[in-house]
Design a protein. Structure first.
Length: 108
């Protein structure tokens, strides 16, 4: 079975801390789950309709990573690395890492 269609983009906002099973979708009311710099909007962790939100905790240094990609500005395509996009948008300090909220959005 392939990955579900998440819509063409995801936005990032400041979020809160969390712990959750890595393979389960994260309810918006939960606290963030730790992800790595390689996590993208295509990961099965981020399944949901437009408007659904997910809280995650990013490690430091993802913005400087040579791996991964960021496509978009404030609204990013699913292929974008979540933490790298959070740094790109200015919502995450790359020297510290931290929590962000991902919101499933329609592309523009």
């Amino acid at each position: 079975m392939g990955q579900p269609d998440y819509g063409p983009g995801a936005t990032v906002e400041e979020g809160l801390p969390v712990e959750k099973e890595a393979d389960e979708p994260i309810p918006a009311e939960s606290t963030g789950v730790e992800i790595n710099c390689e996590a993208t909007g295509e990961d099965k962790l981020f399944v949901g309709p437009t408007g659904k939100s997910f809280r995650v905790e990013c490690p430091r240094g993802c913005g400087k990573s040579d791996q991964g990609t960021v496509i978009g500005t404030m609204i990013y395509v699913d292929e974008s690395n979540v933490c790298k996009a959070a740094v790109h948008s200015g919502f995450l300090d790359d020297t510290e890492g931290g929590e962000v909220m991902i919101i499933i959005a329609n592309g523009e």
